[in-house]
Design a protein around this ligand. Structure first.
Ligand code: GAL
Ligand code: CA
Length: 351
């Protein structure tokens, strides 16, 4: 009896060891199929639609390299609860990798738990989770851009314009009366961009007077509405509008166009993103400048990372910061160089 028991346990042990070997073997084996589940905070966002379009295009390139890729994209429509459910559904549908643009960047715990329980890695993008959350599991990554740099560049562009053009200080008081259109409360790109733009203006010797700021959630129509309110309050006092993104700068321009006052009482406008409509506004001289938010570069980084996660190859070549984050750089765009970006799709090479 004792012998029988021993034989059974030895057999069980052998099976367990075999199983373990099979598992670790598998992680080394190239997985030829990649099923990516994407969920993003809101489908009305111009920049993110552009980013995802580029992501899809570049995934097509992976197929040429022999990886079989399927991608499912979901719109969370501004609800974190909806997004949590989508993540669950995407995992149930067999996704092997998730790309998540969080609705609430401070609330990723449920998503992280779901992913970890099912061993499905996540590439967060554009809306950066706080560092502690990203440290919860080693298969969590982030792809985005240097928020600080976008703000500094916007401030520098505005300073260059102001210092070289006396007419911007319309009331000739030696100060620039300005308003800010902010993205969302609590969003890293909103807070950091605003702070750094204002600081860069000051560092470049521009005297400022802040008249007001309004939150317009990255949205053109909301920005138009907020701008109309500010104009009715400050009339022609506003000399500079700093918007956290192009869509909001365009909304502000819409407000002035509606007032039919682009000529006399119009401030100068600066955006960030370099979306197609944003670039067009720079070309038309409606917007004085913008900062290119490299959606193609971010999409490429996501694709490369996805491929590396799927195949287990190429991870070493990726330039990570803070262990598992990738940040892309921005470029300044004015009337002088905007045509290069419109022509070349924005890779900055001017080719
Ligand atoms: C920013 C971008 C905005 C908006 C936002 C959404 O990086 O500049 O236009 O897309 O992300 O999180
Ligand atoms: Ca002034």
């Amino acid at each position: 009896m004792k012998l029988k028991k021993m034989i059974i346990s030895v057999l069980a042990l052998c099976m367990a060891v075999q199983l373990l070997c099979a598992c670790s073997d598998q992680s080394a084996v190239v997985s030829e199929k990649l099923h990516i589940g994407v969920t993003y905070y809101n489908q009305s966002d111009t920049f993110l639609n552009g980013l995802l379009e580029s992501f899809r295009e570049q995934l097509g390139e992976l197929e040429k390299e022999g990886l079989e890729v399927t991608v499912t994209i979901r719109d969370a429509a501004g609800s974190q609860r909806t997004q949590n459910d989508q993540v669950k559904d995407l995992i149930d549908a067999g996704c092997t990798l998730l790309c998540v643009n969080l609705v609430d960047r401070a609330d990723p715990s449920e998503i992280i738990d779901l992913a970890r329980d099912n061993d499905v890695p996540i590439i967060f993008f554009n809306r950066e989770p706080v560092a502690e959350d990203l440290m919860q599991w080693e298969k969590l990554y982030y792809v985005g851009a240097y928020a600080e740099q976008a703000g500094i560049m916007q401030g520098e562009l505005a300073a260059e314009a102001i210092l070289s053009d006396d007419s911007i200080d319309r009331n000739k008081d030696g100060k620039i009366q300005y308003v800010i259109l902010e993205g969302e409360a609590g969003h890293q790109d909103a807070i950091i961009r605003t702070e750094n733009a204002v600081e860069a203006l000051r560092n470049n010797g521009v005297e400022l007077e802040k008249l007001s700021y309004q939150i317009a959630n990255w949205n053109r129509a909301q920005a138009q509405n907020r701008m109309e309110q500010m104009v009715s309050q400050f009339h022609d006092e506003i000399e500079l509008v700093l918007a956290n993104n192009d869509d909001m700068a365009l909304g502000a321009i819409d407000a002035y166009k509606k007032l039919n006052d682009m000529e006399n009482a119009s401030p100068v406008f600066f955006g960030i993103d370099g979306t197609d409509v944003g670039l067009q506004a720079v070309l038309d001289s409606d917007m004085r400048g913008t900062v290119y938010n490299d959606k193609e570069g971010q999409a490429e980084a996501m694709v490369r990372l996805a491929a590396a996660i799927a195949t287990g190859e190429g991870m070493q070549e990726i330039d990570f910061e803070k262990e598992r984050c990738i940040y892309l750089s921005h470029w300044k765009i004015t009337r002088e160089n905007v045509e290069d970006y419109i022509k070349d799709g924005g890779d900055g090479t001017g080719e």
